[in-house]
Design a protein around this ligand. Structure first.
Ligand SMILES: [Zn+2]
Length: 257
């Protein structure tokens, strides 16, 4: 009974968000579009139809997430909201409605922040219990600036959120297809061993820590340097294409990317 009412409460929140989206939909301005074109290169590479779909998705994300400044940051600016939401829209672009509804609030710190829970500096994290995605703006921007190095904090944290969301039944759309998830998972142990042994030099060492870090680092590479990823680890890359319902090679500028 407890579980059922908890579930109903979650569903109610989803519908409330959905209502807010229809009633108070955040419309993107021309200024917003100019900003995206300048600083979010993924958007530029989409064809007109995909651009339209991407903007619809972006408006949905912007209309339903709450942004809160932390750690001395005075405000979360429109530009910060745009780029963080655009990253969510990009990572979940393979799904029509999926927007990681469970993670309703995004905390933005100016820099890496000290976490009292494990007494280390953090660049970002996700907290499924409170529905939070936490991001250091400085690290987020660093990730965006070099778009081909396979390091992108925004993609990394959103990948964590997506993997967790797959275990939480609250979103409006199912995340991973059972078969695609099985295929991907069956490859992970061997792939982690390859990062450890240096046979996969494309992924940074962090990927070998555990299956969660592996997934997050894999998605950073998937979106930032799909061709290199495809050539180095073809089977894993194609498993991710099935899982994520999209193939970023389509948007990569050249095969050399
Ligand atoms: Zn991580």
């Amino acid at each position: 009974m407890m579980i059922r009412s908890y579930y109903l409460l979650k569903r109610a929140r989803w519908w409330m968000e959905q209502a807010r989206f229809f009633l108070f939909k955040r419309k993107l301005s021309q200024e917003d579009l100019t900003y995206l074109e300048k600083y979010f290169s993924f958007f530029n590479r989409l064809n007109p139809q995909h651009k339209k779909e991407f903007l619809e998705k972006l408006e949905m994300v912007l209309s339903t997430k709450k942004f809160i400044p932390r750690g001395g940051l005075l405000e979360v600016t429109v530009e910060m909201e745009l780029l963080i939401s655009a990253t969510i829209a990009m990572v979940t672009f393979g799904w029509k409605r999926l927007r990681l509804a469970h993670f309703h609030t995004i905390l933005v710190y100016p820099n890496a922040y000290y976490s009292t829970s494990n007494k280390t500096y953090h660049r970002g994290e996700v907290n499924p219990k409170f529905g939070l995605i936490v991001i250091s703006w400085h690290c987020f921007v660093e990730g965006l600036l070099d778009e081909n190095d396979g390091v992108n904090l925004g993609i990394h944290e959103i990948a964590h959120a997506l993997k967790l969301a797959n275990q939480i039944d609250t979103d409006g759309e199912k995340e991973f297809e059972t078969q695609a998830w099985k295929t991907y998972k069956s490859l992970v142990p061997e792939e982690i061993a390859k990062v450890k042994s240096g046979e996969n030099a494309l992924f940074r060492e962090n990927a070998a820590l555990n299956e969660h870090e592996f997934f997050a680092v894999a998605l950073e590479n998937f979106f930032e340097r799909p061709w290199e990823f495809f050539r180095a680890r073809q089977e894993l890359y194609l498993a991710l294409v099935q899982l994520m319902k999209l193939d970023p090679r389509v948007w990569a500028k050249t095969e050399m990317n």
